[in-house]
Every structure is written in structure tokens, then in C-alpha cells.
Design a protein around this ligand. Structure first.
Ligand SMILES: Cc1cc2nc3c(=O)[nH]c(=O)nc-3n(C[C@H](O)[C@H](O)[C@H](O)COP(=O)(O)OP(=O)(O)OC[C@H]3O[C@@H](n4cnc5c(N)ncnc54)[C@H](O)[C@@H]3O)c2cc1C
Ligand code: FES
Length: 264
């Protein structure tokens, strides 16, 4: 049985072609890129993602999934960290390079219902929240929390603060912002009527469950799984939930925290 909670009527992703128009190093091994597409990009919501790859190259064959930022008619941005071969190649592409995109994939976060929304990000988990802060900032009170390991993320944290000026930054070593983890910061801010969205490493997502125990009724996490097709066909991104097996690229990547079987 598929997860019933967030499986909305979102449309299947489409394949698009475009050109890289901008690629900037952001420190901490991260890159900010902009793609102009030949055709119009379908509307997307925060938490949806695109598979991105260089056109006409067969190695690597599969696009890599990244959360979309500022997606508009013919333009979409991505913020990614170089962690392996696929991201290394994407980071090295000069402006003008032709790229293939598939998206918007997945469900994205649901429209918030609570008056106050707390966004909890671990490092690159901030990517979907740039759009969330922009989209819901006028209707919701938004608290954005960014957790980073330590001082080596200072420039990255500064880059994020330029875009979300009231972002609360915490670091494990206390050298940037408050000392502590993003989860600890979220716990200190939390009020029982708040809605909470989290994106980051699995241990952080698991730990944010402390807010579920504290009474958070709308607690959503974006789960990272390796992706291949991005449209539900290969089952490569399957994971077990309380409602049965779900595909992270269709029924996810956003799931209710309480739906995820964290020890599987
Ligand atoms: C829905 C979704 C949205 C994402 N959004 C972003 C984003 O906005 N910015 C960003 O920097 N990254 C994002 N990621 C993670 C990103 O897709 C991976 O870092 C990337 O695919 C790695 O490709 P690679 O070829 O460089 O690494 P590989 O050589 O394939 O792997 C290098 C390391 O990264 C790990 N890895 C690879 N793919 C994934 C994955 N999908 N999830 C978790 N770990 C992985 C591997 O286990 C390995 O340890 C997202 C992942 C998903 C599933
Ligand atoms: S990546 Fe193929 S089903 Fe999700």
C-alpha cells in the first residue's frame, strides 16, 4: 500500500533540455548553478527536485537529483555539494554547456497549515528552503534554522544568510552562530502549534522526531535516497514506511516523520 498522506495529484515529471548560464563556487565544495530551459518548466513546489545531467554524455548516464531553487518559466537554479563523480562533472561544466533535466519530480512539502513554520536544515538540506521562505514568508511566520558542523562552513553559512537574512545558524563546534545542533535549536524554538519541515542527513531527520514526542502534529521530512529514473519506474528509491513500500521519487521525497520506519 502506498503512503496515503502526501500523495497528491502532482503531475509526472517531464524531460527538458537547457543550457547552463551561470556557475559559481560557493565555498565548502558547493556550487550554485542556473539553467535556462528551451521549453517552459512546469510549476513546482518546495521540496520537489530535478534530475540534472550533461547532455550527450553517457558516463555518468543518470541525472543527479537536486532540489530546485527559484524555478520560473524558463530558469531554475541548483545549489549542490561536490561529493562524487556526478557532482564533480556538473561543477566543472562551463556556461553554455547543454544539459538534460527531468522534473519537477516527487511530491514536495504540503502547503503549510500552521501559522508558524519552522524549517530545519542540515548543510545542503537548506536548498529546498530558499523557495519555501520566499513562497510562504508573507502568509506564515517562518523560522529557518541551518546547522553546520563547524568553522569550515563559515562562508557557506554567510552565503545562505545573504539570501535569508534572519536565518538562525548553529554549529557543532560553536564557531558559527549558536553552539549546538539544528535539532536542539528547533527544540528550543518549538511551540506545540508549529509546523516543522526538515531536510538534511538521516541522523538529523531521525532525531527531529523528538518534536513528534513533544506534540508536533505536522512534522515533515525530505528523505534522500539514490535515484535512477526519478519517475517511479525502477523502484530503485523504494523505502519502507508504516503504510508500506513507497518510492521516494513519487510518493516522496517528503514524508510525515511518523510514517518513516527509522530503524529499517
Ligand atoms: C530528492 C533529493 C534532493 C537532493 N537535493 C540536493 C541538493 O539540492 N543539493 C545537493 O548538494 N545534494 C542534493 N541531493 C543529493 C545529491 O543528489 C547527491 O549528492 C548526488 O547525487 C551525488 O552524486 P555523485 O555522482 O557526485 O556522487 P556518487 O559518486 O554517486 O556518491 C558519492 C557519495 O554520495 C552519496 N550519495 C549519492 N547519491 C545520493 C543520494 N541521492 N542521497 C544520499 N546520498 C547520496 C553516496 O552514497 C556516496 O557516499 C539530493 C538528493 C535527493 C534524493
Ligand atoms: S528512482 Fe526509479 S522509482 Fe524512484
Amino acid at each position: 500500500m502506498m503512503n496515503q498522506l502526501l500523495t497528491g495529484p502532482h503531475k509526472p515529471p517531464i524531460d527538458l533540455k537547457g543550457s547552463l548560464v551561470f556557475s559559481e563556487a560557493v565555498a565548502s565544495g558547493c556550487r550554485y548553478v542556473r539553467i535556462k530551459t528551451d521549453l517552459t518548466i512546469p510549476a513546482s513546489s518546495p521540496g520537489q527536485f530535478f534530475l540534472l545531467r550533461e547532455s550527450r554524455v553517457s558516463d555518468p548516464l543518470l541525472g543527479r537529483p537536486f532540489a530546485s531553487i527559484n524555478a520560473s518559466r524558463n530558469s531554475v537554479d541548483f545549489l549542490f555539494r561536490v561529493v562524487g563523480r556526478g557532482t564533480e562533472i556538473l561543477a566543472s561544466l562551463p556556461p553554455g554547456t547543454r544539459v538534460d533535466l527531468r522534473g519537477p519530480c516527487g511530491n514536495g512539502f504540503p502547503v503549510p497549515r500552521s501559522r508558524r513554520l519552522i524549517l530545519v536544515a542540515g548543510t545542503l538540506g537548506i536548498a529546498p528552503f530558499f523557495d519555501a521562505a520566499l513562497r510562504y514568508g508573507s502568509t506564515q511566520e517562518i523560522i529557518t534554522i541551518l546547522g553546520v558542523p563547524g568553522h569550515e562552513w563559515r562562508e557557506f553559512a554567510g552565503w545562505c544568510k545573504e539570501r535569508i537574512p534572519d536565518i538562525r545558524i548553529v554549529s557543532d563546534d560553536g564557531k558559527i552562530g549558536n553552539s549546538g545542533t539544528a535539532v536542539e535549536e528547533a527544540v528550543s524554538m518549538f511551540r506545540s502549534e508549529d509546523e516543522v519541515w526538515a531536510c538534511g542527513p538521516i541522523p538529523m531527520l531521525k532525531n527531529i522526531g523528538i518534536l513528534h514526542s513533544a506534540g508536533c502534529e505536522r512534522l515533515f521530512v525530505s528523505i534522500e535516497k539514490r535515484m535512477a529514473c526519478g519517475m517511479g519506474g525502477c523502484l530503485g528509491c523504494s523505502l519502507q514506511t508504516c503504510s508500506g513500500t513507497v518510492r521516494a521519487c513519487v510518493e516522496g521525497p517528503v514524508l510525515e516523520w511518523k510514517e518513516v520506519l527509522w530503524n529499517e
